[in-house]
Design a protein. Sequence first.
Length: 590
Amino acid sequence: MAVYTRTHMCGEMNESLVGTQVSLSAWVQKSRNLGSLIFVWLRDRSGVVQVVFDQNHCSEDVVKLANKLRSEYVVNIKGTVCKRDESAINENLTTGKVEIFATELNIINEAQTPPIYIDDTAEESEALRLKYRYLDIRKPKIQNGLIFRHQVIRALREYIDEQGFVEVETPILTKSTPEGARDYLVPSRVRTGEFYALPQSPQIYKQLLMVGGMERYYQVARCFRDEDGRADRQPEFTQFDMEMSFIEPEDIQSVVEGAFANVFKKYMHIDLQLPLPRITWKDAMYQYGSDKPDTRFEMRIQVINDELQNCGFSVFETALQNNGIICAINVENGADISRKQIDKLQEFAKTYHVNGLAYIKVQEDGEIKSSLSKVLSDTTIANIIEKLHVKKGDMAFIIADKELVALTAMGQLRLHIAKERNMIDKNKYNLLWVIEFPLLEWDEEANRFVAMHHPFTSPLPADFDMMDVDPGKVRANAYDLVLNGIEMGSGSIRIHKSDLQAKMFKMLGFTEEEANTKFGFLLEAFKYGTPPHGGFAFGIDRMVMVLMGADSLRDVIAFPKIQNGNCLMMNTPSAVHEEQLNVLKLKIQE
């Protein structure tokens, strides 16, 4: 038997193996020398077990070797599984009722002192952890995250396979179609001056697979977007991608719900109540100030336009005259919010581009305190209190501005207050669909409409007639899945007719020539019998992050990048040799 051959994993050691001869190959977690006894914690992916080197049971050579052991040495030990004395049982270890009395020891590889501690409780900077990510991965927390990620993907695949889907790989080197995030470009060596792009998603390929008659496709797809990083974004990420032919939205939604339910049942031990709730985009914005509402707590937004018509306060009246909105939330038991805290909340609201934040506080003794007392009548304030159901001990906040600006700011304030006041039940998992998004949104900088989802999303059939007369009011046949206020993924019924797709491109400001240059192959494909089809895609990284309660995507990805897209471990991106640039006929501009 080779010196590193195992019979068992460390975490498998238990009372059923007492008296068994075992061979374990693993890392030394720590070593403690008590003279006649040397205790070593041995760690592999499965867990930790205690190994005892007793000079009465080991040869002198084995004891000498054991004296050399240091943290992170890679070793093989052979020995006998023994039951621990009752007084020596370690309840903190799953293997804590047994220990291994070693008879042989081989040091496979020595190790220098690691620059980070291989311990979940260590608090090194993230930059140091990511620089030595291969050591960070040795920590149980990171390993468990990667294992859980594997289990989630396996459960998704199992369910989707049972629904008759076929996994198909689509190209990584594809065509640049700049809409949305920036592409990562790859220069061609054989076609000078021309470029591939890394896919932001397999969107067009999966639609072409529907044209090709595959009918039910899925893929665990690697995607790339050259955009600024955030805690829940990476420049490269993995999404679970699917597409179906001859369907309505409810068909794909049912499949997605079943896949999520399979994961929740197997690994979260939660039975999801299906079908999931649905809320329109408009209701989500008006009630929660977000198209990804967190419904784990109430404190819904209310519109108080009617109560403030002709109120005499110029800020409110101007907002209403400009077709704006006045919205409010009631923070139950919020009368304890201090003046200093109110000032901070006002500054917070202003970061979302509103002019200010007003408040009405009803104290426990019934006294009313308000920033509006000097500009609104007592009757008007009383009407607001009645509308918002503000009771003794409650506090209301009010914002007036353009519709989406005011609602978005209030939605963020709602979340901010809920987090500060521990109003969110972190053991809840609230999944819901947001439907009927606007098809288009106006881009002030580009001075044109852009697709809210992507250019291949079909309008709702009921809104086809508005495409030419009022495109801003056209609703999309689209749907997003939201979990605890985080977008899990999105999908839509696609456009499957050339004339409608051409009209969509025209609404987005594309000339016919531009549309043919970028998407001519798709328009051509639509001429040859395209089935109605739709699909969905959701981020694996984000899903695992939420289910594990992790703070960042970086906690659930093996080799993540930092916020600016750099990999600290490999020091990328990095310069390449000038000869490589010459082959590609590229030159770096200073």
